[in-house]
Design a protein around this ligand. Sequence first.
Ligand SMILES: Nc1ncnc2c1ncn2[C@@H]1O[C@H](COP(=O)(O)OP(=O)(O)O)[C@@H](O)[C@H]1O
Ligand code: SF4
Ligand SMILES: [Mg+2]
Length: 324
Amino acid sequence: MLLEVRDLHVEFKTRDGVAKAVNGVNYSVDEGETLAVLGESGSGKSVTAQAVMGILDMPPGRIPQGEIFFQGKDLLKLKEDQRRKIRGAEMAMIFQDALSSLNPVLSVGEQLGEMFVVHRGMSKKDSRAKAVELMDRVRIPAAKERVGQYPHQFSGGMRQRIMIAMALALEPKLIIADEPTTALDVTVQAQVMDLLAELQRELNMGLILITHDLGVVADVADKIAVMYAGRIVETAPVKEIYANPAHPYTKGLLESIPRLDQKGQELYAIKGLPPNLLNIPPGCAFNPRCPMAQDICRSKVPPLFDVAEGRQSACHFWKETLDA
Ligand SMILES: Nc1ncnc2c1ncn2[C@@H]1O[C@H](COP(=O)(O)OP(=O)(O)O)[C@@H](O)[C@H]1O
Ligand code: SF4
Ligand SMILES: [Mg+2]
């Protein structure tokens, strides 16, 4: 495995207490594989990714437990300077908001070129040629003419392509894309997603695609991990989860996707809100919202049950959910 996260816990010290943002996450990604991480806002998707990248705010953040194996090494045991070398070169991240991630006072060419100057010791002149090459690669029209322009001179979609180009510059083994298309118009979303998927295949990278939008991942992901209250509640190959979810929360998420053939019908949404991480309900964290909850759900935390080859569900009633 390229990346293996094991029993990862992350908590934040806040004025009101300890917020348990990640509570024992396990996931893995291999070369050329795409793992989609799904879940409502606040479920711990980004915090898990930040821990993998080594960019967590610490403090207030803390990793009391867990391991993050990347190419066989536990990243949590490395010193900061070793991690810095891995960041950018071996693993890179694409964020939702390109405008705040890119430097507004440096031209796009300078920012792309800097990757090669800093990590590869390239000259300024050669690095500019590399920048144009990268812009071509992410299909920014007239790259040669636009390489000297600043981030605000590009459209949202083009800026997101520049972020992708930055992430790909050093041909990392792993890309983490955190809601990479959320801020874009629907039509542009699809183009950027297609580009990302295509480049990933070409370079045989591992991709972790974080999103709250199940509609986005159906075509690009190999497998899905659904997160709730800092835990993985279901994990499965993408086709199987769509055909037959084994967790009531996944089922709820799937039923909330707008469908073209059901226009005008009221959209099903999961009732209630995700829990307060300072005070996660006992038993199954989803029980206050779950239409299938029974007594045992309020007292016993469901472990991840093996549902089938490569499929797990953290629900006491996964069988009933599958059959429903
Ligand atoms: N720097 C921080 N300080 C305190 N709490 C944080 C910090 N970063 C994230 N959190 C909390 O961790 C929880 C999980 O956040 P996050 O991983 O960003 O969720 P999402 O699934 O939407 O990406 C949230 O409740 C958030 O408030
Ligand atoms: S364990 Fe119980 S509350 Fe949790 S998802 Fe399953 S049925 Fe619902
Ligand atoms: Mg997030």
